[in-house]
Design a protein around this ligand. Structure first.
Ligand SMILES: NC(=O)c1ccc[n+]([C@@H]2O[C@H](COP(=O)([O-])OP(=O)(O)OC[C@H]3O[C@@H](n4cnc5c(N)ncnc54)[C@H](OP(=O)(O)O)[C@@H]3O)[C@@H](O)[C@H]2O)c1
Length: 155
């Protein structure tokens, strides 16, 4: 299983360590290839570095680990996402972290799915079930959101 992590910051590195420890092939993608290479070298364990497109091209699963504001552009740079699973870990904060940029009538996953995955045919699933007192219900709601997104794209 090949996992691409788009971003080479704190979260990307933490996830890359855990996935590589678990035996997955991990490629870090970044806008600055040198930063991805530095992060990969810090981690070791066979973690590779590439551009966003290079990382995404061979991936079965893509993890989006950039700021939310960059998410759509980064997925655009990642090339053909058809059939790939996209896991969005971004928190849709305002640039000054004073609050949520969205999240009252929509979600980061829905917005990203609308903006990029519609063209690419991928699915985007938001990460954060922790806010719910009922994780099973949260999972059902996420599945419903994905299905609604699919339905909107097919209309
Ligand atoms: N789900 C969770 O539990 C959880 C927890 C913490 C954080 N998060 C989210 O995870 C994401 C990453 O957080 P982090 O702490 O890893 O941040 P970080 O250390 O600042 O790393 C951000 C990464 O995104 C890249 N980036 C920033 N702006 C970009 C742009 N405009 N275009 C392309 N790449 C860009 C950075 O590249 P450069 O070095 O070139 O700027 C860096 O590789 C954020 O959205 C954050 O809200 C989620």
């Amino acid at each position: 299983m090949n996992i691409a992590i788009l971003g080479a910051g704190a979260m990307a590195k933490g996830l890359a360590i855990q996935f590589s420890r678990s035996g997955y092939n991990v490629v870090l993608g970044a806008r600055d290839r040198n930063k991805a290479a530095d992060a990969a070298a810090d981690i070791g364990r066979g973690v590779q570095a590439a551009s966003f497109r290079g990382a995404a091209s061979a991936a079965d699963i893509i993890i989006l680990a950039t700021p939310y504001a960059a998410a759509s552009d980064v997925l655009g740079l990642a090339g053909d996402l058809n059939g790939k699973i996209i896991i969005d870990i971004t928190n849709p904060m305002t640039p000054d972290f004073s609050g949520l940029a969205i999240g009252h009538t929509s979600s980061a996953a829905e917005e990203i799915q609308e903006s990029r995955a519609r063209c690419a045919g991928g699915e985007s699933v938001q990460h954060d079930f922790r806010a719910s007192a009922d994780p099973a219900q949260a999972r059902r709601e996420t599945a419903d959101r994905v299905l609604r997104g699919r339905q909107r794209r097919s209309e």
